[in-house]
Design a protein around this ligand. Structure first.
Ligand code: ATP
Length: 296
């Protein structure tokens, strides 16, 4: 893979564009498993190797290293409590993916701090931090190999029972079982082509197996057929249970139940609250976005 041997800074540079253009799950998974140390050296190792899942963004400002003139986030502050489900919404380019990149510590903020359980990210070993987070990206890319290998990525010592249980939870077991070779079915370019919904459910099974404290979902924009959509949404709902979830939401219908919705525009938080609160804001951006989505 292109990332092996690369520095974290190098990885970070290409992550966002790659993620968008080819949906580089494989590369993203490697980033999450990357043992190298962060951009800012760790000043002390936090004693806990388990996160509770509380997150705070404190007065974060950010520009990408390649574009110092272009401010991407301006004074962004929000809190996510343990086990909460928080949605990031806003127009294209508002900064949603950038917030996720900072959360994963692909970059450090220019100003402000990201805190995990009240501790600055710079004080937590990167391998610890990333071992507790999983990402389900919008366009799932599976690497050439078996379904088993794709699910067990990130937990190579997983037992047969664990893999099957993860696939069941992800609503993937039914279709996997129906392949003559089951888990040994080869996917990708030289194997069987899976549908978008099936690929997503494999990615969900992978995340189930990793059992992270913090889950990041980049909701798919492309439409799945309604049965597949239902299976994916059901699997995601199960996956989010009992952990902190950050959802980049494109379809506002899926986030009505979120504990908090953060509305971004041009790098700033313009509103935050529950669906019921935000829909009641006259002339509010959230209300406008929902009206636009449900009018066609
Ligand atoms: P979308 O809904 O389209 O995914 P978004 O809200 O996730 O948008 P970001 O991807 O965070 O928005 O992008 C915010 C801004 O940062 C955009 O202007 C984008 O062009 C810029 N940007 C994103 N990644 C990089 C990068 N690696 N280097 C420089 N600029 C970048």
């Amino acid at each position: 893979s292109v990332f092996i041997g690369g520095s974290i800074a190098g990885l970070a540079e290409i992550y966002t564009s790659l993620q968008k253009s080819i949906g580089a799950t494989e590369n993203l998974m490697e980033i999450l498993d990357e043992p190298e140390e962060a951009i800012t050296p760790v000043t002390h190792i936090a004693p806990a190797d388990q996160l509770d899942g509380q997150i705070s963004f404190r007065n974060i400002s950010f520009h990408y290293p390649s574009r110092p003139d272009l401010t991407i986030l301006k004074d962004v502050s929000f809190d996510v409590d343990e086990d909460q489900k928080v949605a990031l919404v806003g127009p294209s380019g508002a900064g949603k993916s950038t917030i996720v990149s900072l959360l994963l510590r692909l970059y450090d903020p220019i100003d402000g701090r990201v805190l995990y359980d009240g501790k600055p990210g710079t004080s937590i070993q990167l391998s610890v931090l990333r071992s507790q987070m999983a990402v389900v990206p919008q366009d799932v890319f599976l690497f050439g190999g078996t379904i088993r290998e794709n699910i067990a990525y990130g937990k190579p010592d997983a037992t047969e029972d664990e893999i099957e249980a993860a696939a069941r939870k992800a609503n993937a077991w039914e279709f996997i079982r129906n392949f003559p070779l089951g888990l040994e079915t080869i996917v990708g370019e030289r194997g069987i082509q899976l549908s978008g919904g099936q690929r997503q459910r494999i990615a969900i099974a992978r995340a189930v197996l990793k059992n992270p404290r913090i889950l990041i979902l980049d909701e798919a924009t492309s439409a799945l057929d309604s049965e597949s959509e239902r299976l994916v949404q059901d699997a995601l709902d199960k996956l989010m249970e009992g952990r902190t979830s950050i959802v980049i939401a494109h379809r506002l219908s899926t986030i009505r139940q979120a504990d908090k919705i953060i509305v971004l525009d041009k790098g700033q938080i313009v509103e935050q609250g529950t669906h019921t609160e935000l829909i009641g804001v006259d002339g509010g951006l959230y209300r406008m976005l929902s009206e636009m989505q449900f009018s066609h």
